[in-house]
Design a binder for this molecule. Structure first.
Ligand SMILES: Nc1ncnc2c1ncn2[C@@H]1O[C@H](COP(=O)(O)OP(=O)(O)OP(=O)(O)O)[C@@H](O)[C@H]1O
Ligand SMILES: [Mg+2]
Length: 274
């Protein structure tokens, strides 16, 4: 985990307070509060439609909250548009990965970041570009990402798991504070999932704060120190993974356990909150 100063450990990295998001009449998120501490690896779980991706998109700056406050290191902030969240050190890997298939790994690192190469005459830009590609390649090597031919191979010739590794490494390359992963192991086999989970663990050991959406509780337990359960747009549970077990988490996901469920049969929308 990253070294923390006393001040930085006192404040959560990000604090969401009573965040709501509606799409027309649909309350995708309803009064969600969440403190993310530096170094957390949070497993975000819940049934289909529970609000996980919407919460990720709020943190990624892709959605504006309808209501509520976001604080970054103690200061009220706005994360949208996505370029603003990125500027603040928040990177997102969506399920479609958003890689250009005919580009190789490091070319994909710099997609949409041409500004990183700066201006100036073509030759200087070319040299700077080459130097930055080398930095990206060294980063991939440091992370022990073992993809044969990675220097030149376009991502279309990589497996799904290898593409996922490239997309996560790209996020980690730019995201200095928070990495958001929406179902990073969803379409992967056993070995590929293990490689992706190993990478997530290594990034967390280097101090990156991570939120991982998953439907796979075994994967969650392999990397996450915290579990947040969403149910019907609300946070149903928020626990240290060492304080709970899969059975209990499933009970929160299905609503067999938890405050939200006891109220949910009435109206999901407008219950009194404490
Ligand atoms: N852009 C949108 N427009 C309208 N409704 C939306 C939009 N995005 C999400 N929703 C609705 O908000 C609710 C929460 O959706 P969300 O995608 O956050 O769920 P999720 O927990 O990620 O589910 P899944 O596990 O299926 O990915 C759902 O009822 C969904 O239909
Ligand atoms: Mg989703």
């Amino acid at each position: 985990m990253a070294q923390q100063t006393p001040e930085s450990s006192a404040l959560p990295l990000i604090r969401l307070r009573q965040i709501s998001k509606s799409f027309g009449g649909i309350h995708a998120l309803d009064g969600v509060s969440l403190d993310l501490n530096s170094g957390d690896v949070v497993g975000l779980v819940g049934d289909n439609g529970a609000g996980k991706s919407t919460l990720i998109k709020i943190l990624a700056g892709a959605h504006d909250a309808t209501d509520g406050v976001i604080e970054l290191e103690g200061r009220k902030t706005t994360l949208s548009p996505p370029a603003e969240a990125q500027r603040l050190g928040i990177e997102t890997v969506y399920q479609d990965l958003s890689l250009i298939s005919s580009f190789n790994a490091t070319e994909n690192f710099f997609l949409g970041r041409e500004i990183a190469f700066g201006g100036g005459p073509g030759l200087f830009r070319f040299i700077r570009r080459k130097a930055m590609m080398d930095v990206a390649m060294r980063r991939l090597e440091e992370l022990n990402i073992d993809i044969p031919g990675i220097r030149s191979k376009p991502v279309e010739r990589m497996s799904g798991g290898q593409r996922q590794l490239v997309a996560i490494a790209r996020g980690a390359f730019w995201g200095s504070k928070l990495l958001l992963l929406d179902e990073p192991t969803a379409a992967l086999g056993v070995r590929e999932s293990r490689e992706v989970l190993d990478l997530i663990r290594r990034l967390s050991q280097q101090g990156l704060t991570i939120i991982m959406v998953t439907h796979n509780l075994e994967h969650l337990w392999q990397v996450c120190n915290r579990v947040v359960v969403m149910r019907r747009g609300r946070k149903a549970a928020d626990m240290a993974s060492s304080d709970t077990n899969m059975e209990e988490v499933v009970a929160y996901i299905t609503g067999a356990k938890g405050r939200v469920d006891s109220l949910a049969n009435a109206s999901v929308q407008q219950e009194a909150r404490p």
